[in-house]
Write a protein that binds this ligand. Structure first.
Ligand code: AMP
Length: 273
């Protein structure tokens, strides 16, 4: 595994890959503090490409002023060991100075998709995501990019950005990787103590409990009962000590964002499978 910190090194290492049509390149963007969910994305990448590049960059542009940029978990030494073990080819860890955030081309996330769910409560978040992903797509020029369905709205927004910016990149979505308890893995889970982690698994459990009912209510759509079912999930979460941001139905999925203490957790489950 080649560790790359500078743009000129990136160009040097990737030039032969770009030049070889038999060497397809798959890219897995991350913000580090890696867990098995990230590694599952790497496995997915290996299904489609010969060469794998992972980036680690905690992107300031996607954090709001009152969010956790400063406290976001960073564990670069452990991350490097995990990536060695996962046998990737390149790890790109640009310094903050290397990326020159102010001079990046600003990309606005799709208006429609970014005004719902996390876009509503995290103003500017998806513009920050698109701006940095656009930059990394331009510099890394991968054939494939793997994104987790844990951030399903992000998948939809990046798919749209790929179309609008006419990138020749195929987005590969990867399913949510969960703890045995059902809790969706997330770097932010490190903010939780053991008892909170057990409690946090209730998000998945509460959606799962309504899944069958919701499936039955969809064909033909019975709107009032669907709303009741969504409210049941909200109530259960509130009663269990969560501060609910949203529980909503889009793209045949139930989406939840809820705070446990100061930690914002998100999850989603496909209802029609
Ligand atoms: P992050 O480092 O949190 O920005 O995540 C980097 C990528 O990993 C994103 O595409 C996420 O959607 C994905 N990811 C994070 N957690 C999971 C998970 N539990 N299962 C699948 N993908 C994940």
């Amino acid at each position: 595994m080649q560790i790359i910190r500078k743009l000129d090194e990136l160009n040097e290492f990737l030039a032969p890959v770009w030049a070889d049509d038999n060497d397809l390149l798959a890219y897995v963007p991350t913000m580090g503090a890696l867990h098995s969910g990230h590694v599952s994305l790497i496995h997915k990448a290996k299904e489609v490409a010969q060469k794998i590049i992972v980036s680690i960059f905690v992107n300031p542009l996607q954090f709001g002023p009152n969010e956790d940029l400063d406290s976001y978990p960073r564990s670069i030494d452990e991350d490097i060991i995990k990536l060695w073990a996962a046998e990737i080819d390149y790890l790109y860890i640009p310094e903050l100075t290397e990326v020159e955030l102010e001079s990046l081309t600003k990309i606005n996330a799709d208006r429609e998709i970014s005004k719902i769910l996390c876009g509503k409560s995290r103003s500017g978040h998806f513009d920050g995501v698109c701006t940095i992903v656009n930059h990394f797509f331009k510099t890394i020029k991968p054939d494939f990019a793997v994104f987790g369905e844990k951030d399903f709205q992000q998948v939809k927004i990046i798919e749209q950005m790929i179309l609008e910016q006419a990138f020749n990149i195929t987005l590969i979505p990867a399913p949510i990787f969960r703890e045995a308890s059902g809790l969706a893995m997330s770097s932010r889970n490190s903010y939780l103590d053991d008892q909170e982690k057990t409690q946090a698994a209730f998000i998945y459990e509460s959606i799962l409990k309504e899944k069958q009912l919701l499936e039955d209510l969809l064909f033909p759509p019975q709107e009032e009962q669907i709303l009741n079912s969504i409210n049941t999930i909200k109530e259960k979460l509130s009663n269990a000590g969560f501060r609910v941001d949203y529980v909503e139905f889009h793209w045949s999925r139930i989406f939840v964002a809820a705070y446990l203490g100061n930690t914002r957790l998100i999850d989603n489950i496909e209802i029609v499978t």
